[in-house]
Ligand binder design. Structure first.
Ligand SMILES: *[C@@H]1O[C@H](CO)[C@@H](O)[C@H](O)[C@H]1NC(C)=O
Ligand SMILES: *[C@@H]1O[C@H](CO)[C@@H](O)[C@H](O)[C@H]1NC(C)=O
Length: 405
């Protein structure tokens, strides 16, 4: 009787304990994994002095970045961010400025006249925001950036690329990542209005390529005191190769290409003068679109030549202002094999902030990642560090102030 009892208990225990043990072990492993993911401090690649400055005035660089636990991988981060992210309310004042070729550029201003920190508008620091491919001032990352900057008392202006800001195309010219003429125009215009207000350029994705190409071309004559890029593709060839992987094509490339095509359809009458619109609209990838449209419009012999010219990593050594670049290693648009680690290590004025996770323009944190994310904190803190400690940052980046204009 007793023996039978023990046997019964043993079988009972074995049948219960095995799944139980497996469950406990998996739970522990999962928690351990999450915890491990949770506490990853991003890598900061920069000179010692720039790193010291950032740790002091932009402490988010030393914080653990914990991606949203249920949001695995760069693709999911990117998708969830696009679907879920909140949209802070922003009221713009639109301004159209003319260009020498007879075109026009649409700027969206947030003047922040009620700024307590900078009541005088002639010296109020200004953040110039450059959105990504097909993006404009209505993108949620732009709205969040504006909310970060205006709450600190700064002014913002969004440079909408030609043809995407809701304005008419007056000439058959749109935009590309390599041609900085429109950005030059915009900076001149902003500096003309407020010559004594410092300007920081902040570029997201393609906007970051444009910004770095501009800063490389203009060197110490850029009219900007600093630059910030988020999820910038460093090498257009490698980015388009990554975007043409089947899953990335299906999730992102296809969608962006149709966005590009929609803009062409919208301005069909004007663009028909210079390209075969029906052929352009058959493009299935961004690269095909750039082959049939962008490189033609901007006088490149081929898309390869355009991508070569547009890739910003080579331009970094010519830049002459402090620049912070935030990228995620799992960004499907900006593969990490193109991160310019060696180049940046040799430069006093550029810092790369690299997270293991975060995707493209996502960097979602917390269980319900609708509000402020890591990327917004980096943006807000860096902008403030630049505007509130101008002498310190110039010194940390080994820049002689009289050289800047
Ligand atoms: C302007 O800046 C102040 C901080 O000085 C902020 O509280 C206010 O909300 C800003 N205004 C707008 C329109 O964003
Ligand atoms: C940009 O493109 C326009 C029109 O094709 C051209 O006139 C201009 O020189 C280009 N600018 C740069 C900086 O490449």
């Amino acid at each position: 009787m007793f023996i039978a009892h023990v046997e019964l208990w043993r079988t009972y225990w074995e049948s219960v304990s095995r799944p139980y043990t497996v469950f406990i072990c998996s739970l522990t492993a999962a928690l351990y994994y999450l915890w491990g993911r949770k506490c990853q401090t991003p890598a900061l690649v920069s000179s010692k002095a720039f790193s010291v400055f950032l740790h002091k005035h932009c402490p988010v660089v030393a914080e653990c970045f914990s991606p949203t636990p249920w949001c695995w991988g760069g693709r999911l981060q990117t998708l969830v961010c696009a679907l879920l992210k909140s949209r802070p309310r922003v009221t713009y004042r639109n301004e159209l400025i003319g260009t020498v070729d007879g075109g026009q550029i649409s700027l969206d201003w947030v003047d922040n006249q009620s700024s307590a920190a900078y009541p005088e508008c002639s010296t109020r620091p200004t953040v110039l925001i450059l959105p990504g491919l097909t993006g404009n001032s209505q993108q949620s990352y732009v709205l969040h950036a504006i909310s970060q900057a205006t709450r600190r008392g700064y002014r913002c202006v969004v440079f909408n690329n030609r043809g995407v800001g809701g304005e008419e195309l007056l000439t058959p010219v749109t935009y590309c990542a390599a041609n900085t003429s429109d950005l030059e125009n915009v900076v001149q215009h902003v500096k003309g209005l407020y010559p004594h207000a410092p300007v920081l350029g902040a570029g997201v994705s393609l906007g970051g390529m444009l910004l770095l190409n501009y800063l490389g071309r203009k060197r110490s004559d850029s009219g900007m005191v600093a630059g910030l890029t988020i999820s910038v593709p460093w090498d257009a060839h490698k980015s388009s190769a990554s975007m043409e992987e089947p899953l990335n094509w299906l999730l992102f490339n296809k969608y962006l290409t149709s966005g590009l095509c929609r803009a062409v359809t919208r301005h069909r009458k004007m663009l028909e003068k210079v390209v075969d619109v029906d052929y352009v609209l058959k493009a299935r990838t961004i690269r095909e679109f750039d082959e049939r449209f962008t490189s033609l419009l901007f006088g490149y012999k081929s898309c390869t030549e355009y991508y070569h010219d547009a890739s910003p990593y080579k331009k970094l050594p010519n830049t002459a202002v402090p620049i912070l670049c935030l990228n995620a290693a799992d960004d499907p648009f900006s593969p990490q094999n193109a991160f310019p680690l060696a180049i940046v290590q040799s430069l006093p004025n550029v810092a790369l902030l690299l997270t293991a996770h975060g995707g493209h323009i996502a960097f979602l944190q917390g269980l319900f990642p609708r509000g402020e994310s890591y990327m917004e904190r980096v943006f807000g803190q860096f902008v403030q560090a630049v505007f509130e400690h101008p002498k310190d940052i110039m010194k940390a980046c080994d820049i002689k102030e009289e050289k800047l204009s």
